[in-house]
Ligand binder design. Structure first.
Ligand code: TYM
Length: 335
């Protein structure tokens, strides 16, 4: 076994499909940035995952670079973490194949995301079905301890743990079994126009989705237009008042508070003042990210260079873990 790293290893990823939104930022990416100093951190733009649904080949590379740029803008610092592109490290697909022979058809068929994304589609790619196994390979390839994600990825993390444990049981102790870490608030940011659906890159709801790079006036407009609930009181009640509760979570996350404090702060105030305060908090949070993005996007060559340096470091960690897995399953080593 490789000796345990001195700090817990974290790994997480984001698809370069569509622009990053407030849900990605509050649910995941902000935690990633915060964990760079007390964790051994790897973050990945998962371009191979973006291919599992219909995608534009002419735009995939640019979208991958744009997501890399947005992650740098959100505070990921290549001096303190490893930031790279999934397809630049071939070991991800090789470990996927080995894990494909451990994961079962039955468990993949039960994945909620697969069922939802496949619903009503005339044809569903094998890639979409196999999505969670590629995700398990991403994580297991780095001896990951913790995976900071939003609530919607919990099931995929459970599958990763099951596959790793089964692998270890069958082939001997080889893979580190990771755990998900989900933020206490804003783990599931909802669509502002339909607070019963999650804010999403793939759902077409431009008014309900605050993009990480939206300018302040657009953020203000979207939040002011958010669907609220009947009544006038600002109260945290996700089942009875999903719109107000979503805004309270956003506010609490943006101001580093909790929802109870936020609800108390707006007790007795109308929806108008409340929404204005939520918008101001989000604008203050995203302002520096937008500024950094503009500066970074002016030099795409530098972003590509940073991503390549990240990939080099990632390959150096992934190589020996893949080798361990190959040996464990008994593949004949090449001479
Ligand atoms: P993706 O690209 O859909 O989302 C990236 C991260 O953002 C979180 N997120 C949200 N959090 C709160 N509220 C929302 N509305 C919201 N929408 C998205 C997601 O939970 C995620 O943490 N399968 C992953 C990508 C992936 C991955 C991995 C993650 C591939 N390999 C290995 C962790 C480890 C996904 O589709 O993320």
């Amino acid at each position: 076994m490789v000796p345990a790293p001195p700090m817990p290893r974290v790994f997480s990823g984001i698809k370069p499909s569509g622009e990053m939104h407030l849900g990605n930022y509050l649910g995941a990416v902000r935690q990633w940035a915060a964990q760079q100093d007390d964790h051994d951190a790897l973050y990945c733009v998962v371009d191979l995952h973006a291919m599992t649904e219909p995608f534009d080949a002419a735009g995939l590379g640019a979208a991958t670079r744009q997501t890399g740029t947005a992650l740098l803008a959100a505070g990921l610092d290549p001096a303190r973490c490893i930031l790279f592109v999934q397809s630049h490290v071939a070991a991800h697909t090789e470990l996927t194949w080995i894990l494909n022979c451990v994961a079962t058809f039955g468990e993949l068929r039960r994945m909620t995301q697969f069922k939802e994304k496949g619903k009503g589609q005339e044809s569903v790619s094998v890639g979409l079905f196999d999505y969670p196994v590629l995700m398990a390979a991403d994580i297991l390839l780095y001896d990951t301890d913790e995976v900071p994600v939003g609530d919607d990825q919990r099931q995929h993390l459970e599958l990763t743990r099951d596959v790793a444990a089964r692998f270890n049981h069958r082939f001997g102790d080889t893979l580190v079994v990771p755990k998900a870490t989900v933020p206490p608030v804003a783990a599931r940011v909802m669509d502002l126009q339909d607070p019963t659906s999650k804010m999403s890159k793939s759902i077409d709801s431009p008014q309900g989705t605050v993009l990480m790079l939206d300018p302040p006036d657009v953020v203000m407009k979207k939040i002011k237009a958010a669907v609220t609930d009947s009544g006038t009181d600002v109260r945290y009640d996700p089942a009875g008042k999903p719109g107000v509760s979503n805004l309270l979570e956003i506010y609490a996350a943006a101001t580093d508070g909790d929802v109870a404090e936020a609800a108390a702060e707006f007790d007795g105030q109308g929806y108008g003042a409340f929404k204005g305060a939520v918008a101001d908090a989000v604008i203050a949070l995203l302002g520096p990210v937008r500024e950094r993005y503009a500066a970074l996007a002016a030099d795409p060559g530098e972003v590509d260079r940073q991503l390549e340096q990240g990939a080099e470091k990632a390959r150096a960690i992934a190589g020996p873990v893949l080798e361990r897995a190959r040996r464990a399953v008994g593949l004949l080593p090449p001479v």
